[in-house]
Design a protein. Structure first.
Length: 104
């Protein structure tokens, strides 16, 4: 009986403390989200900033000696190469259609 009473008291304290702390105190995630949103409002990331950040991140991953990072680096460069090939193909198709339109 004493064991049951102790567990009920512990359960009551745990639930009331959690409810009180959740309603009264902001979580670390809420602080981080608020700080990030204020930073974004003050310093919105431009397209050029995004490119610089991505290149820095890619260089950091590619310079790592971890095997998983090397695989991520290889995969990233394959994606970049595929995207560049598609871009060049689209530009060639647009140039061809533009010259065909001029001939007609």
């Amino acid at each position: 009986m004493q064991r049951l009473t102790t567990s009920l008291i512990a359960l009551t304290l745990a639930t009331s403390a959690t409810a009180a702390s959740a309603s009264d105190v902001n979580s670390a995630a809420a602080f981080g989200a608020n700080a990030f949103s204020k930073f974004v409002n003050i310093y919105p990331r431009t397209r050029e900033d995004e490119r610089k950040w991505l290149i820095q991140r890619l260089e950091a991953v590619c310079s790592s000696k971890l095997r998983s990072d090397q695989r991520r680096c290889d995969r990233a460069w394959r994606i970049i190469a595929d995207g560049y090939a598609k871009l060049q193909a689209r530009r060639a198709a647009e140039a061809t259609s533009a010259t065909d339109a001029l001939k007609d």
